[in-house]
Design a binder for this molecule. Structure first.
Ligand SMILES: [Zn+2]
Length: 439
């Protein structure tokens, strides 16, 4: 689908590629943005058009975040989401960490080179509330800035996001955790996923892996054990039967009994950043709903979708089915906006060459998407791609080097991201996937 804006740049319902092509050919629209492809109608206002409920769904991961823009339809069996646009945002946390470490090493060498030893000063420096390391800050920033961009491209009415992997509140609550944990039920599914994660996907008694595991009561129900997750573990069939009516301690595994009482903790960094993303989304003035990863996975398996980041985003939320999930996935890669540092250094941190003081040359910046039409010489032809500028005015466009700035025309300003029309959401051409169809 193609994003559509009205003549005042307010978002309208996305349209099909074919319709966009016709509008452009007839001169009723102009290209507003190349990635994600957006057109602007010259003769239409938002007030004259009908909007349907459109939502933005996010599945933030530490390396890759899945994004889905969907149209929601209320059917008799529940809400269905039709994918209008699928994307993945590839974060650059590792690159940032690497650069920061390199910079620290160079600074350390420079200080140590000319200084006698001094004892470190008393460390009374505090970090501000809500501080994140730069790698995580860029992660949160990527997700929030794209949520805000999609809000400008489509009439987003609600945002759904996967905030936690397990709903630990519901899992611990005995009223909810009744005898419901049969297979197929969402709650049972979450319990099972939680236990697999907590107990490391193996039999706790004999350590067998890749065998069918059964949910097992540490203190048997016949002896007053409850169905709470703090009394559950996973065991292979043989161990489960051998244990019989004994508690784990009597069965010779007191460590299992001790570990069971400690709830599974997600890494603190993941939680704080996820809540930072959630709070940032709430500030955008749209209805925000958060869901668990367990529910996402349950939906995905119920609908029979393959595991990709974009499809995970599509499966977030309380759904009866999804459609159009075979759409092309746009890969958005965070690249950064260049360096502030103007001095290049060699492997030992010594200065070696200087960068230009100004990042702009003849109105172009490194990373801008340009179209270069070369009329003569060995580079004759049309080159389209990101530009790398030089002070001399001889640029590199894509892979073609030595192209004069005079041949270049700006297509889209560098915005810190690279774009690739990635693979499909799935290789098989499935169009509809509902709970009823898969069951
Ligand atoms: Zn076993």
């Amino acid at each position: 689908m193609v994003f559509v804006l009205d003549k005042r740049k307010k978002p309208l319902m996305p349209c099909s590629e074919k319709r966009a092509r016709l509008l452009l050919e007839r001169g009723r629209a102009v290209v507003h943005r190349l990635h994600p492809f957006t057109i602007r109608l010259k003769d239409r206002l938002l007030e004259e058009s009908v909007l349907q409920p459109v939502g933005l769904k996010l599945d933030p991961g530490s390396k890759v975040t899945g994004v889905a823009v969907v149209r929601r339809e209320e059917r008799a069996d529940g809400p269905w989401d039709h994918a209008l646009h699928l994307a993945v945002i590839v974060h650059r946390g590792d690159a940032i960490r690497e650069r920061m470490q390199k910079r620290a090493a160079h600074r350390r060498r420079r200080r140590n080179a000319n200084l006698r030893y001094r004892a470190p000063r008393f460390n009374n420096r505090r970090r501000a509330n809500g501080w994140f390391p730069p790698s995580l800050r860029s992660w949160v920033g990527n997700v929030l800035s794209w949520a805000s961009r999609y809000r400008r491209l489509a009439p987003i009415a609600f945002i759904e996001i996967e905030t936690v992997r397990f709903d630990t509140q519901a899992l611990q609550n005995p009223e909810i955790s009744g005898v419901e944990y049969q297979r197929g039920e969402l709650f049972g599914y979450e319990v099972r996923e939680y236990l697999l994660e907590k107990w490391g996907r193996r039999c706790v008694y004999c350590g067998a892996e890749n065998v069918p595991l059964e949910i097992e009561h540490i203190v048997p129900r016949s002896r007053g054990g409850t169905d709470r997750v703090s009394n559950l573990t996973l065991a292979c069939r043989a161990c489960n039967q051998a244990k019989g009516d004994r508690t784990a301690e009597e069965f010779g595994h007191p460590e299992v009994q001790a570990k069971a009482k400690v709830p599974l903790k997600e890494p603190a960094a993941v939680n704080t950043t996820r809540y930072a993303i959630r709070n940032g989304l709430c500030a955008m003035g749209r209805e925000v709903r958060s869901w668990t990863g367990g529910r996402t996975k349950w939906n995905r398996e119920r609908f029979g979708l393959p595991k990709t980041h974009a499809l995970d985003a599509l499966c977030v939320g309380d759904l009866a089915g999804v459609s159009s999930w075979h759409a092309l996935v746009l890969e958005i890669k965070a690249l950064g906006r260049g360096q502030r540092c103007r001095t290049n250094v060699d492997a030992h941190g010594f200065p070696r060459g200087y960068r230009m003081r100004s990042k702009t040359v003849r109105g172009f910046r490194t990373g801008d998407l340009v179209r270069a039409e070369v009329l003569k010489g060995k580079r004759t032809g049309v080159h389209i791609g990101p530009v790398a500028v030089r002070a001399s005015g001889s640029f590199r466009v894509g892979k073609a080097d030595g192209i004069s700035w005079r041949c270049c025309r700006l297509l889209q300003r560098a915005d810190g991201y690279g774009y690739m029309k990635g693979g499909r959401g799935a290789s098989s051409p499935g169009v509809n996937a509902g709970a009823s169809g898969a069951a």
